[in-house]
Write a protein that binds this ligand. Structure first.
Ligand code: ZN
Length: 131
């Protein structure tokens, strides 16, 4: 079963905690033991797993990645969003999470984040759950 989630971002660079949405998708699937793949079908967005306890982690993450890959840096790409393409590939387009006893196996401080690098936009996230 392939589950499609809709995500709306509100900022140019943003990390949205989608852990609860992924948990819901796993619940819907009915799979108790298996693997959940989260896939972002965009070239200027990404998905990652990181701390969801202290919001300053997200703040530092977005601030620093904007420094590592500045928006303007003499890029050639006509669309003008090369920085977003680079950040997406650096962070990655998918994550796999183990499902055990119907639950996502995540560390205490881990959450799943949708990463926007060229927002705001309406985005999709695919979740494939395999038992
Ligand atoms: Zn582009």
């Amino acid at each position: 079963m392939l589950i499609r989630l809709d995500v709306t971002t509100t900022k140019h660079t943003q990390m949205l905690d989608i852990t609860d949405k992924i948990r819901e998708a796993v619940r819907e699937s009915g799979v108790k033991d298996g693997i959940c793949t989260v896939f972002v079908p965009h070239t200027t967005a990404a998905v990652t797993i990181n701390e969801n306890a202290d919001p300053d982690v997200v703040r530092d993450f977005t601030t620093e990645i904007d420094k590592i890959v500045p928006w303007e840096d003499g890029y050639h790409h006509m669309e003008g969003n090369s920085a977003a393409h680079l950040k997406s590939s650096m962070i990655g387009f998918s994550e796999q999470i183990i499902i055990d006893d119907g639950r996502l196996v995540l560390g205490t401080w881990q959450g799943i984040y949708f990463c926007e690098y060229d927002g705001p936009r309406h985005r999709k996230v695919y979740v494939k759950v395999m038992g």
